[in-house]
Design a protein around this ligand. Structure first.
Ligand code: SF4
Length: 163
């Protein structure tokens, strides 16, 4: 416990003690023995006047929850990558930035675009062409999502077919 003088409006020369180190009549004190010398703690004082300041000790705020990726989140990001999701898609699904996701995947050795590594089977090619024939205004991205391949792959298939 510290002296109540630190919370008193008279601490800067407004009383006999703070002005001239003379005892205040009626106060209660405690002698504290320290290696550096004795110290007096005022525990009660009739002249005490609250200084109106906030004396709550400063506490460092805890790191906001969610800033660190949990193991579960990392596993989820890896799973999404294995499913062939793009950084942008993963960012939308996890609420993490694409940079953060890229860093995690680099650590896990999953930076290669998995979806593009898969071979386009004749069935997939046929499906891409069928979807495109149904509606030529459809975006390559929509077809990519429907067949589970990248937009680049879809564009490549269509380019080859309609050359
Ligand atoms: S608590 Fe009493 S001794 Fe301490 S500063 Fe205030 S008036 Fe002075």
């Amino acid at each position: 416990m510290s002296t109540i003088c630190w919370q008193c409006g008279k601490a800067c020369g407004g009383c006999a003690w703070s002005d001239g180190l003379k005892p205040v009549e009626g106060w209660k004190i405690q002698h504290i023995k320290l290696a550096s010398g004795d110290k007096i703690h005022v525990t009660a004082c009739p002249e005490f006047v609250r200084d109106g300041m906030n004396h709550t000790p400063y506490k460092r705020e805890k790191t906001p929850k969610g800033t660190r990726l949990t193991e579960q989140e990392m596993a989820y990001i890896c799973l999404l990558r294995r499913q062939g999701k793009t950084y942008k898609e993963m960012s939308k699904m996890t609420g993490r930035t694409t940079d953060r996701i890229r860093r995690i995947l680099r650590l896990k050795g999953l930076t290669k675009p998995i979806r593009q590594q898969r071979n386009v089977t004749p069935e997939v090619r046929q499906e891409i062409l069928r979807l495109y024939a149904m509606n030529k205004d459809v975006s390559h991205q929509s077809i990519a999502e429907a067949v589970g391949f990248s937009q680049t792959t879809v564009s490549k298939v269509l380019r080859e077919a309609y050359r």
